[in-house]
Design a protein around this ligand. Structure first.
Ligand code: ARG
Ligand code: MN
Ligand code: MN
Ligand code: MN
Length: 302
């Protein structure tokens, strides 16, 4: 496969600084070697999208912090993602905080719309990222990106890269969820997304959860995008994230899930976000992210 790696080193969609170094950390952890050893060709989206440091920016509206620079960077990302799909490549997007998904999902939405393809997204995250400017407790856009792609939120972001709904919430599932804000839950129920909380994972086990997720997507869509927020992992394994929350995925759970998704036959793009080297221990969160990418792209023990 032809994989196109697209970086967006942006950290001002979150409160804690440092996830802008995520792409370098994942490269240092050997991302390219892993993918080429699997037999893939690895193209670079070059030159990278340049993002100003938070110090040089105005925060603006406290309910949608750094709206303008995020919209700008996400527009540039959307273009690259759409071009990658047009070129027949597998877009692999490296963040950055999870606000960058606004760009990724907009680019995918545009690319699949013109091809008349049905597509869905699996959001692997401790959080829902389904806040709006009205419901957010923080004003951080990384807590709003999935809602925005589904058509809920600030119009400048919802209409970014075209006035159409990028992603149908009926084709969205979340897994690993263990922290939702009160009004965020209301938003999610109204949109009708499918949620596998950590409680469901505990009840079903990861093998059955993965089976149900694959069945869900293969029965509804032609193309699947997977967005991996590294805070879905247990902080013992992945401490280098902005919002570490106990009770996350184990090393084995996440790799099994990634393998099953790879085997679905519809996986067409992926995104790895919220790796924060400043908070990490010996780059282990980036190394975990690279292992996940490897399994999503065909790596197997035997
Ligand atoms: N729900 C919280 C908020 O809106 C946390 C969001 C965390 N999102 C993330 N991508 N880590 O601020
Ligand atoms: Mn999260
Ligand atoms: Mn919370
Ligand atoms: Mn997230």
């Amino acid at each position: 496969m032809n994989i196109r790696v697209i970086e967006l080193p942006l950290d001002f969609g979150a409160n804690r600084r440092g996830s802008d170094m995520g792409p370098s950390a994942m490269r240092l952890a050997g991302l390219k070697q892993v993918l080429t050893e699997l037999g893939h060709t690895c193209e670079e989206s070059f030159p990278g999208i340049s993002v100003p440091a938070q110090e040089f920016l105005e925060e603006g509206d406290p309910q949608v912090r750094f709206l303008k620079p995020i919209a700008e960077a996400c527009t540039a990302l959307a273009e690259r993602v759409e071009q990658a799909v047009d070129a027949g490549a597998f877009p692999l997007v490296l963040g950055g905080d999870h606000s960058i998904a606004i760009g990724t999902l907009s680019g995918l939405g545009a690319a699949y719309r013109k091809r008349n393809l049905r597509w869905g997204t699996l959001w692997i995250d401790a959080h829902g990222d389904f806040n709006t400017p009205e419901s957010t407790p923080s004003g951080n856009i990384h807590g709003m990106s999935l809602a925005i792609a589904c058509g809920y939120g600030h119009p400048d972001l919802v209409n970014l890269y075209g006035k159409f709904r990028k992603l149908d919430p009926a084709n969205v599932a979340l897994v690993g969820v263990r922290d939702l804000d009160p009004l965020e839950k209301v938003n999610m129920r109204e949109a009708g997304v499918t949620v596998f909380t950590m409680t469901e994972v505990d009840r079903l086990g990861i093998a059955e959860t993965a089976r149900q997720l694959v069945a869900f997507f293969t029965s509804r869509v032609d193309r699947l995008h997977v967005s991996v927020d590294m805070d879905v992992m247990d902080p013992m394994i992945a401490p280098g994230v902005g919002i570490p929350l106990p009770g996350g995925f184990s090393y084995r759970e996440v790799l099994l899930l990634a393998e099953e998704l790879a085997s679905s036959g519809i996986l067409a793009s992926a995104e790895l976000v919220e790796v924060n080297p400043v908070l990490d221990v010996r780059n282990q969160t980036a190394r975990m992210a690279v292992e996940i990418a490897g399994r999503l792209l065909g790596s197997r023990v035997y």
